[in-house]
Design a protein around this ligand. Structure first.
Ligand SMILES: *[C@@H]1O[C@H](CO)[C@@H](O)[C@H](O)[C@H]1NC(C)=O
Ligand SMILES: *[C@@H]1O[C@H](CO)[C@@H](O)[C@H](O)[C@H]1NC(C)=O
Ligand SMILES: *[C@@H]1O[C@H](CO)[C@@H](O)[C@H](O)[C@H]1NC(C)=O
Ligand SMILES: *[C@@H]1O[C@H](CO)[C@@H](O)[C@H](O)[C@H]1NC(C)=O
Ligand SMILES: *[C@@H]1O[C@H](CO)[C@@H](O)[C@H](O)[C@H]1NC(C)=O
Ligand SMILES: *[C@@H]1O[C@H](CO)[C@@H](O)[C@H](O)[C@H]1NC(C)=O
Ligand SMILES: *[C@@H]1O[C@H](CO)[C@@H](O)[C@H](O)[C@H]1NC(C)=O
Ligand SMILES: *[C@@H]1O[C@H](CO)[C@@H](O)[C@H](O)[C@H]1NC(C)=O
Ligand SMILES: CC(=O)N[C@H]1CO[C@H](CO)[C@@H](O)[C@@H]1O
Length: 278
């Protein structure tokens, strides 16, 4: 197990195999391939002798397309939600499980072989539901960032615009937005193929996100608030809605009221998105 290292990035899975082990077992670097694709040069590793011990590196793109040459197995699994988390209202949440292996060619036909059989198995699990929190409506764009591996959150971005073409970032004037100004919100998955973005629930709070704070103004869950309009959801890599600027009454004594926008977002395969929407 210590001969293999896996990095679950959001566009690429990188796998490193200890080269010495493979050589000791009687194989060279050209004989180890991803997912049994020994005849495809894309599925072979590259030697890196700059590290000690030297390794063989494999790169596997994270997408489920047919033209992904070293196709791995992709499985969507349902998982239980934790009762005190942001998704506690959900019966289950989903994750995608990518599994694969690296092996050596099958031994020749015959009775005996003098070489062993190497198989390295790996998997990466990515949750498909995310909380994009604390998009404060005083700055124009906010990028959700999280350094953890094995998450697609780095590819999710929430941004706020002033126009229905989503062309101009909303700039908040020093005096604040006029009430009932239309605010356009887009959640986009960048560089992620195979999944559409579906917003399950978007809401606003007067202060930064706090799970135990119940003061929230919902834009929509299943029903759309009459002053919000969900224009695109689960149809592409970008989901969009807009709402009329309002103020929270607890800030009644202040000249400006802050709004923080949060979205519970799901990545789903196009057909699954359709199913969920209907
Ligand atoms: C690796 O081993 C195979 C099979 O023994 C051989 O055909 C190939 O030339 C070797 N490649 C290198 C780079 O040594
Ligand atoms: C999947 O990833 C590969 C490698 O990055 C890329 O060439 C291919 O275009 C991707 N497929 C889709 C549908 O984007
Ligand atoms: C090598 O080992 C793997 C995993 O145990 C097995 O599935 C495969 O059939 C073996 N191949 C040969 C040629 O023995
Ligand atoms: C949106 O912002 C752009 C540039 O900041 C400005 O030119 C445009 O008039 C604004 N549109 C609306 C509808 O406020
Ligand atoms: C998306 O992919 C392009 C090309 O691979 C890269 O230049 C860009 O930085 C990526 N964007 C993000 C947000 O990762
Ligand atoms: C926002 O969400 C991230 C996880 O997506 C979490 O780590 C962070 O603590 C949240 N921020 C607040 C203020 O709850
Ligand atoms: C969240 O709200 C609870 C109750 O209002 C409060 O006790 C707690 O300190 C808050 N946490 C943060 C991080 O603001
Ligand atoms: C929602 O927005 C779309 C596009 O801007 C518009 O065609 C539609 O009439 C709006 N619906 C409501 C209920 O305001
Ligand atoms: C936080 C963390 O573990 N980051 C790692 C993610 O994976 C890349 C490449 O596999 C590493 O370089 C990071 O250190």
């Amino acid at each position: 197990n210590s001969d293999i290292t896996v990095g679950c990035g959001y566009t690429t899975i990188s796998v490193e195999v200890d080269l010495c082990t493979a050589q000791w077992a009687g194989f060279n670097e050209t004989q180890l391939a991803l997912n049994g694709a020994h005849n495809n040069p894309h599925c072979l590793g590259t030697v890196d002798t700059s590290v000690d011990p030297p390794v063989l590196r494999f790169q596997l793109p994270v997408n489920d397309s047919e033209d992904n040459p070293c196709r791995q197995s992709l499985q969507i699994v349902d998982e239980e939600t934790s009762p005190d988390g942001a998704f506690s209202d959900f019966l289950s949440i989903q994750s995608v499980l990518l599994t694969g292996f690296i092996d050596t060619p099958r031994a020749q036909q015959g009775l005996v072989s003098y070489s062993t059989n190497l198989t390295y198995e790996f998997s990466c699990r990515y949750p498909l539901q995310y909380l994009l929190n604390d998009t404060q409506i005083v700055s124009s764009v906010s990028v959700a960032k999280d350094e953890r591996n094995g998450t697609f959150i780095d590819s999710l971005k929430i941004a706020i615009f002033n126009d229905s073409d989503y062309a101009h970032p909303l700039v908040i004037p020093p005096t604040g937005l006029k009430l009932r100004t239309l605010v356009y919100v887009a959640v986009e998955a960048i560089n992620l193929t195979g999944f559409h973005v579906l917003m399950d629930h978007c809401f606003s709070t007067p202060s930064p996100f706090n799970i135990s704070n119940s003061e929230k103004h919902s834009f929509f869950t299943c029903e759309v608030n009459e002053r919000s309009n969900l224009t695109s959801n689960g149809e592409s890599k970008t989901a969009k809605f807009h709402f009329e600027a309002f103020r929270f009454l607890m800030g009644r004594d202040q000249t400006k009221s802050s709004l923080f926008v949060h979205c519970l977002v799901r990545l789903c395969e196009p057909t699954k998105c359709q199913e969920l929407l209907s």
